[in-house]
Design a protein around this ligand. Sequence first.
Ligand code: TYD
Length: 352
Amino acid sequence: MTSKAIRDDAKVLVTGGCGFIGSNFVRFALENRPGWSIINLDCLSYSGNLENLTDIEDDPRYEFVKGDIRNMEDVEPLVKRCDAVIHFAAESHVDRSILDAGPFITSNVQGTQVMLDAVRRVKSDGGKAPVFFFVGTDEVYGSLPLDQPELMFTEETPIQPRGVYSASKAGADLLVQAYHETFGLDTRTTRCSNNFGPYQFPEKVIPLFVTNLIEGQQVPLYGDGLNVRDWLHVDDHCEAIIAVLEKGAAGSIYNVGGNNERTNLELTHLIIELMGKGKDMIRHVEDRLGHDRRYAIDPTRLKGEIGWQPTRSAWPEALEETVKWYVDHPDWWKRVKSGAYREYYEKQYAGR
Ligand code: TYD
């Protein structure tokens, strides 16, 4: 039997647990690891939504703490209490990073540094430091050309980000590797491809396009629509994170993909078809600045060493299920699009 890096009754600190991937992870982990308890540290910025977790908020194994990863006073007491930190919290929307780089540097780079320093303090104080798990992105590898489909990102591909978002995640990722090498922290890093699934903030392409179509609006497709992304279902991603946490070595790095490469045009046509709309709903708009052409994941290491591969990401079924979730949950995304979801914290937590 392999010895697990994490106990069956582990206390796990999740940062950014009110965001899209974080909230799906909290739900997935509570369901699939009955011995775990989870602390969710989230600052409830524009994309952090407590309504993503209303179904589990009363679970005795779950605790929400409003706080900021950039603030050591918020972070340190929680890090001291846990066996593992899973660091999701990040600014993640490329278009926002083009408009304003500031929050990407403070949240993604400085926030990760504070989290790492908190773990380092526990270690240097002689305590048992938690495992530090960094949820990274394949965007750190830069962009692949369209005319060489055989090229893929491996974990050995040089880090070559081309945009503000990816540069900020690369900064954080490299800090994680530096803290492992320099201070001996037990770190794990995953670099995932584009996620899809329920509770994704409707600024990202899939929920944006689906909710626009429900509202009778066109969908804005950037440039020639030939950019390629590898779509990974968020539950596959959550499962991969737990697998790497339990079976990965200290300092290890794994790419996580969905084996599901699609052009944006293909994605758009499929969404339109699933929703019974016509191609006249596509509005071709000016391209994104510095738009990365193609991301593609070579899954060999994860499959070979950890024995994990995606089972929930294949299209059209997985996309159809996700489209249906947005069709079936208009209250959720209408409150997000209108900004009304932000009142929930006041109502739910005022005076607590
Ligand atoms: P996005 O969901 O923003 O993720 P990322 O930039 O991290 O890949 O975008 C996915 C793809 O969809 C990307 O190639 C840009 C494209 N896109 C559009 O064509 N129109 C849009 O309105 C958005 C938000 C994205």
